[in-house]
Design a protein around this ligand. Structure first.
Ligand SMILES: C[S@@+](CC[C@H](N)C(=O)[O-])C[C@H]1O[C@@H](n2cnc3c(N)ncnc32)[C@H](O)[C@@H]1O
Length: 416
């Protein structure tokens, strides 16, 4: 029998809990193997991501409703039921009956009893949540709330946590290699132009026709900062050192009007294939796409690449703490020592690629993290290790201040 949306969400929650995979990957695999109609796919996605966004709060309510701990399978059912009942506010008969119907014979009576108790205690549960600390109320691990409070203060932390729980808007950058902004607006006029960037539109839902035609690329406005700081010129030889899936590389190609050369490198074969697909769809014709690991190689550059480069972008792997509204389960996978572990990797990749920068060349280091260990501290280490570099500018985007995803970019120049 085909799976229902709720069954798929329950299975996804189970897989997510048991594996090390991120929710996106779990969902992608499960949705690919079933034939749910689009509205059910959307509902299954909403259920899984909603439960993960509210995981700690849901477990707080479960602990209120039942003192002895419940086993994992029962806990997943209760999370799904309570999310529908208390957060989505789905009519009670559907939220409770449909969740009880997912239970096994063994768990049915306890799930039924706890969800009915939650219905009776709805007001108490909401009041208890409102009185709980921010980490419980907004479902974040204590260590993140503690570090953000130290860096940004408690009011900003509260806003950042709330931001992380909002479903993200759909932004599309107009691909001016294929269509002008004015023609895009005329043709796909349902989007609202983003106030701070004339080439970005906000859509109520994914603009599938525009995407398929290569007329846009889905990306948050924060991701364009690094490319604009790099400011590639026509005819430049540019390296995008960690390029997949190609969002920034394709914008660099656009800024260069398909002249010069963009060398887009990534170590992950599947993601390198995505760069190629994106370039083909977007009409990028001035690029070489290369699979290469900067840390595994003996020498800095892949053999087929001409060096040195006029400009290098290093959009490094990071903790993703600036994009948690898009990557809702990152908060549950991160560990307190990940920031320094990432820093070691970031500095090592930077040192590998910087040997390929021309005298007088420009280097931009960027992340979608809001953590100083991965941002300012990495830049300080690079500057200390490589005295031929000068800091030109560094910019931070903070969700609670700038109302876009968090991002960091630093522009450095090499003495001529
Ligand atoms: C933040 S993502 C890049 C996003 C991309 N710049 C964009 O805008 O679409 C970081 C990328 O770095 C790649 N990466 C991580 N470590 C690497 C390494 N040692 N060498 C090359 N690529 C690496 C990952 O596979 C990942 O695709």
């Amino acid at each position: 029998m085909p799976l229902s949306a709720r069954q798929l969400a329950l299975r996804a929650l189970h897989e997510w809990r048991k594996s090390e995979q991120f929710a996106d990957a779990v969902l992608h695999d499960l949705l690919a193997s079933c034939d749910l109609v689009p509205s059910d796919r959307a509902f299954a996605t909403e259920l899984l991501l909603g439960v993960l966004r509210n995981l700690r709060l849901l477990d707080f309510w479960i602990a209120h409703l039942r003192r002895p701990r419940v086993d994992h399978a029962t806990c997943d059912l209760l999370r799904l039921g309570l999310y529908q009942l208390l957060i989505l506010q789905i009519p009670e008969h559907a939220a409770v009956n449909e969740t009880v119907a997912l239970s096994t014979k063994r768990t049915r009576s306890i799930v039924n009893a706890i969800l009915r108790e939650a219905q009776r205690q709805r007001a108490n549960l909401v009041a208890a949540a409102n009185a709980a600390p921010v980490s419980i109320r907004t479902s974040h691990p204590d260590f993140l709330v503690t570090r953000w409070t130290a860096h940004f203060g408690s009011e900003n932390t509260e806003q950042l946590c709330a931001w992380n729980n909002q479903p993200p808007p759909t932004y599309a950058r107009v691909n001016q290699l294929q269509i002008s902004v004015a023609d895009f607006r005329d043709r796909y006029g349902t989007g609202e132009q983003f106030a701070d960037a004339r080439n970005v539109f906000r859509f109520a839902k994914v603009p599938r026709d525009a995407l398929a035609a290569g007329h846009c690329y889905m990306q948050d406005p924060s991701t364009m900062l690094a490319c604009e700081l790099l400011a590639p010129q026509q005819g430049d030889h540019v390296l995008d050192a960690c390029a997949a899936p190609g969002g920034k590389s394709s914008y660099l190609a656009e800024l260069m009007q398909n002249t010069g050369r963009v060398v887009a490198v990534d170590r992950n074969a599947a993601r390198v294939a995505l760069i190629r697909e994106n370039f083909a769809r977007l009409g990028v014709t001035n690029a070489d796409v290369i699979e290469h690991d900067w840390l595994a190689a003996q020498t800095g550059a892949p053999k087929s690449v001409a060096t040195p480069f006029d400009r290098i972008l290093l959009d490094t792997p990071c903790s993703n703490t600036g994009v948690m509204r898009r990557r809702v389960d990152v908060r549950w996978r991160l560990k307190p020592d990940d920031f320094l572990r990432m820093q070691d990797q970031q500095v090592a990749i930077a040192r590998a690629v910087l040997s390929l920068l021309k005298p007088g060349g420009t280097f931009v280091y960027s992340t979608c993290s809001v953590e100083p260990e991965e941002n300012e501290q990495v830049v300080a280490q690079i500057l200390a290790a490589l005295p031929r570099l000068r800091l030109v500018e560094q910019v931070r985007r903070l969700p609670f201040r700038d109302h876009i995803d968090g991002a960091f970019a630093a522009k450095l120049s090499a003495v001529a």
